[in-house]
Design a protein around this ligand. Sequence first.
Ligand SMILES: Cc1ncc(C[n+]2csc(CCOP(=O)(O)OP(=O)(O)O)c2C)c(N)n1
Length: 683
Amino acid sequence: MTAPLTAPNRASAPPSGASAVDTVLLANSIRALAMDAVQAANSGHPGMPMGMAEIAVALWHRHLRHNPGNPHWPDRDRFVLSNGHGSMLQYALLHLTGYALPLDELKRFRQLHSMTPGHPEVGVTPGVETTTGPLGQGLANAVGMALAERLLASEFNRPGHAIVDHRTYCFAGDGCLMEGISHEACSLAGTLALGKLIVFYDDNGISIDGKTKGWFTDDTPMRFAAYGWNVVPNVDGHDVEALDAAIRAAYGVTDRPTLIDCKTVIGKGSPNKAGTKQAHGEALGKDEVALTRRALGWPYPPFEIPQEIYDAWDARERGAAFEGDWQRRFASYKAACPELAAEFERRMSGKLPVDFGARAAALVQQQLAKAESVATRKASQQALEAFAPALPELIGGAADLTGSVLTNWSGSKTVTAKEAGNYIYFGVREFGMNAIANGLTLHGGFIPYVGTFLTFSDYGRNAVRLAALMKIRVIFVYTHDSIGLGEDGPTHQPIEHAAALRLIPKMELWRPCDTVESAVAWARAIERADGPTCLLFTRQNVPFQKRDEAQVAAIRRGGYILGDWNEGAARRAVIIATGSEVGLAMGAREALAGEGVGVRVVSMPCTSVFDHQDEAYRRSVLPEGVPRVAVEAGVTDYWRKYVGLDGAVIGIDRFGESAPAATVFKFFGFTVEHVVAAVKSCL
Ligand SMILES: Cc1ncc(C[n+]2csc(CCOP(=O)(O)OP(=O)(O)O)c2C)c(N)n1
């Protein structure tokens, strides 16, 4: 069962002490729990867990270094179920190996507030490393995790002290590999030579619509070989020994990621549904469950697992030993390199350096003093230049637009196959980039920020959504944030994007108007540990806005009074503006003051943060009974909740135009005269 090791490093060694109960029983215990839980819920996907049961036995019973008693131990192997519809496989494994996931929770599979939601969700079930279900993204998360491991190892390990030394394992199905994101992420994983990433392909020839040969005829092994992966082809996915050998073979290849192509039968064990699309996503049915029990020789009633099978699966002791070994090694590392060890602990905890707040305040003061009128993308780069030297956890990148989105800074060092760094050239792969960034955060030790044009946020949007759902700190930098990008025209001019991103629950989107708001937005994004942030920046220059200290402090409230009316003003209105339109609003305020109309300008760089302020503050900024006009170079609907039906919105409800920025702005009515007229129409 335990062949000699092929690779020298610690993570290559299989765990010792795994109990030798018949692997058939181990696999069938997964099958039984999966089919019974799906049957009880009358909802779910029994086919994948039943088809991947032996793969799960080979990996989880023999190789995975995890500790059910401490799912957060830093040097654990990472396991990602990219084909997350097979969630019962993961729940069965977590339960059987001894995580705090009681049998009752399996009985409540897919029920309200259970620990066993329809698809695995990080933060809900102990041992789940990432939220999966949207196919292909887990695979990209796994690439991010493997990259995180490699970068942390190179940063923190010292001769004789391999404190970061673990593998990333991923299960993926046809669906994951059909998704384009698998190409983006796996191609880059090959280029970056992520040798500790091992992917098990559940090659069962079935997806929801039936036999995949009607729509998926790629030669997957050749495809991955072409990416530069090590491929173990044609492995019998129901032969634990063959799988074990394939895993060992993967350990021997340290300079390339490995794909193990496992030939499996979906729903294996079910006499009438195995190998069919019916096994994919429906309960087998009472009768078929009974027939499957008989065919498997599994005499136990639903949700009953014999003690000796529990005992054989139980990984608690082994897991505690793995972690204990690491803790001892970490203690000796700490003795040898106390500062590095403290820094490693800080990084893995996600805490910022204690002086971060002071740094952020200093940048704001600097920008106030410089009073520069530059593009906010430039202001963003200045923020990076100020923060990144003191934040080694910041890891950046862009989807082949570095020179435009300005996500690099003077200390950027390129990550390559051979060298560690803090900047990733993702290539033109927006979705892969975002999901890899999610993986970097989920692994721990990093705060990723990734950039592209705002209009291409759609390409990677579902990963942005998942970052919000997972409540993880990832910073999405979007520049060229309006028609103000000019000549590239309507394909590149975002219209609905800011509003659409704001609609994602838990999202914080900042659209700063100048260097000072940009500094505050970056600081807030870095400090926000429990969710992602979108930072929107202009291509074109924007005017610096003067503020007093109270106004500077109020930026953090998401919306604040930038320019107020005179106390005595008789005719009053509020203009709410964001980003490049704030300057316009200030111009209109001045013009209207000359006509005896008192106008307050509210700069609202982050609507959701403003919405979370207490009512008294919100009312003090947006008083009742005063007409409101919103100005933003994007769809108008979003602003109705602020201006009401009687207010006005100056925005754009069609696609843009190709022309120089000034011409396009004028064409769409982003002029002082038009804003003045809109205000007057509301008085
Ligand atoms: C992005 C995305 N699109 C569609 C789905 C719906 N869906 C869930 S499973 C599945 C088919 C997956 O096929 P495969 O990976 O072969 O799974 P198996 O049938 O082997 O369980 C689809 C289309 C999804 N979860 N994610």
